[in-house]
Design a protein around this ligand. Structure first.
Ligand SMILES: [Zn+2]
Length: 470
């Protein structure tokens, strides 16, 4: 921030909030401290807060303080004060922990007053207060889930997720876009499926999975000694999340009409020719909304693109577009001589367009092409020797008559792709985490949605004496 002195941020500028530190107050069911005592419970929670801070201070201008001497109350649920905004001063967040009856930690809700921030996180049902520095991968009949998974995959992920909400991010929930079935009956069928590696919506948004608001990367995967720090290191907030959290939202409740959010009433579909990029006037456009709860999609608007290839429609929900069940749109279009096309759009795309890219209008781009039926071709160039812990460059080669639209490199057993590209060059850095034969898959997809996959086995040597000591 070399120009900070010249450009002192105003309080309500997007992404420009000054640093702030928030006091966390834990209200904990005494059952959770019965085995370890209050002092140890406090010591462990200090480590939880340190782990939360390692992510928040890297990703945002927010951080947290917690002093067990003053901020830890062990109080039975029947006697606990209501978990509410009452009695909080500006900047404070109360976190209420109950004991889980299910053998694993679950639940989590947040409520906040976003400017100045006061927050409440409750309905956290925890199996135990773990020692984050002594996690185990062991499972037993009595504890079928390891302390490592319970801490990283449930407690820490949820704490981060709810603290992101407290600061205004993720309203509408990213995970509501993870799986939606296309029930329109109109070609092409376009289910939204995060778990499908060929999904066109999720292809360029794989990094969203590193955000605990979506949060699909918190599973065990690495050496237990390194997994906690590796998980903290790979956690990333989306650009939209950061813009939300790094803003003091004085206008938050009036977003839909504020200077910080384009009006959803003027959302545009821009239909173009895939080969030339030129507008397609007269294209037939239809827009459906996902009402949530696995209900069929509802037709929201349909019509014809204007002379600029644009079709303008009203999202029809104003500020409540940020609520559950209104955040996902499916757009389809057709034009003479071209294959019908489809694309999804979510409120998180809208927010990135406005808060991150500064666009005046939400625009949903849909490019239509001919009926190219040939898939791309893909191969993987020979790699050098693979050694645990040493970065290896993988070089996929993909080509397509209409231009390869994307290449993805996946390693069997890894939840996240190692690399996801939307354009060449495709050089991918992969650091093997375990020895032995590992299977690498390279998936290529073209603009028409046709795909091809190639598989290669790589023998990974253990890190050892053959690696130069240093
Ligand atoms: Zn949530």
């Amino acid at each position: 921030m070399p120009l900070a002195a010249a450009a002192s941020p105003t309080l309500d500028a997007i992404g420009q909030a000054p640093r702030s530190v928030h006091r966390l107050k834990f209200h904990v069911d005494p059952v959770l401290a019965a085995d370890i005592g209050a002092a140890e419970a406090g010591r462990r929670l200090v480590q939880y807060v340190a782990d939360v801070n390692s992510v928040f201070t890297r990703e945002t201008v927010r951080s947290f303080v917690f002093d067990p001497a003053t901020d830890l109350q062990l109080v039975a649920p029947s006697k606990a004060p209501a978990c509410s905004l009452n009695d909080l001063v500006d900047g404070e967040i109360v976190v209420c922990l109950s004991a889980s009856q299910r053998g694993y930690s679950h639940g989590g809700l947040a409520m906040s007053w976003t400017y100045p921030v006061k927050g409440v996180i409750w309905n956290l049902n925890w199996r135990a207060i773990h020692d984050p520095q002594r996690l185990s991968r062991e499972v037993t009949a009595a504890a079928p889930e390891s302390t490592e998974k319970d801490y990283l995959g449930r407690q820490l992920k949820t704490l981060l997720h709810e603290l992101e909400h407290v600061h205004g991010a993720g309203s509408g929930e990213y995970y509501h876009a993870s799986h939606v079935t296309d029930t329109t009956g109109v070609a092409p069928k376009a289910d939204l499926a995060l778990s499908n590696p060929r999904d066109r919506y999720w292809w360029p948004r794989q990094h969203w999975r590193q955000d605990p608001l979506l949060g699909s990367v918190f599973e065990e995967r690495l050496d237990p000694q390194a997994n906690r720090s590796a998980t903290l290191a790979m956690t990333r907030f989306t650009e939209g999340t950061k813009a939300m959290i790094n803003t003091d939202w004085r206008q938050w409740p009036r977003w839909a009409g504020s200077t910080y959010m384009a009006a959803t009433a003027q959302t545009r579909v821009a239909v173009t020719d895939r080969a030339t990029g030129q507008a397609l006037p007269g294209a037939a456009v239809s827009v459906w909304r996902d009402p949530g709860a696995q209900k069929p999609l509802e037709l929201l608007a349909s019509g014809t693109a204007d002379a600029q290839g644009r079709f303008v429609f009203d999202w029809g929900c104003g500020f409540s577009c940020f609520a559950v069940g209104k955040t996902n749109l499916l757009v389809k279009a057709g034009a003479t001589g071209r294959e019908n096309g489809a694309t999804w759009f979510t409120i998180f795309d809208a927010f990135e367009q406005k808060a991150v890219q500064g666009r005046a209008h939400f625009t949903i781009d849909l490019a239509l092409g001919g009926g190219e039926t040939a898939p791309p071709t893909v191969s993987l160039a020979e790699t050098g020797p693979a050694v645990v812990g040493q970065p290896l460059v993988l070089v996929p080669v993909a080509s397509d008559a209409s231009g390869a639209a994307g290449v993805k490199v996946m390693v069997a057993g890894n939840d996240l792709p190692v690399c996801t590209f939307v354009a060449a060059p495709y050089a991918c850095h992969w650091t093997p985490a375990r020895p032995g034969v590992q299977t690498i898959q390279v998936l290529a997809i073209n603009a028409a949605g046709r795909s091809a996959i190639v598989t290669a086995n790589v023998f990974v040597q253990p890190a050892g004496e053959r690696v130069a000591a240093r």
